[in-house]
Design a protein around this ligand. Sequence first.
Ligand code: DGP
Length: 114
Amino acid sequence: MTDCIFCKIISGEIPSTNVYRDDQVTAFRDINPAAPTHILIVPNKHIDSVNMMIADDEPLIGHLFFVTKELAAKEGISEGGYRLIANTGAGAGQTVFHIHLHLLGGGPMKHPMG
Ligand code: DGP
């Protein structure tokens, strides 16, 4: 997707603080952190939102969750607890329409539930 911010981050066109990369997913620090650890984990394949997933995407999204778990351990927040958020649709606060999981932890979190 040519006008997608996260596709541009994945391709390196827009700089970001990358913390993980493989052939399926990329993870980088959120530009506007809401917690001491705030990482976005995104599929390298452009998918607008959870609503737009197809059955073939199931293993990809499973891998994305597994990488997230590993990153939580690497960040040292596994034991203290962390929150995963996948805002879906503008009504839920999604502003970048490329599926992403927010990994938040490491201290008080500003992002409320609901
Ligand atoms: P959401 O509201 O769930 O769509 O979250 C989008 C997040 O993306 C938001 O927390 C800010 C972050 N973000 C937006 N643009 C950039 C960018 O250019 N670089 C980085 N690192 N994060 C971005």
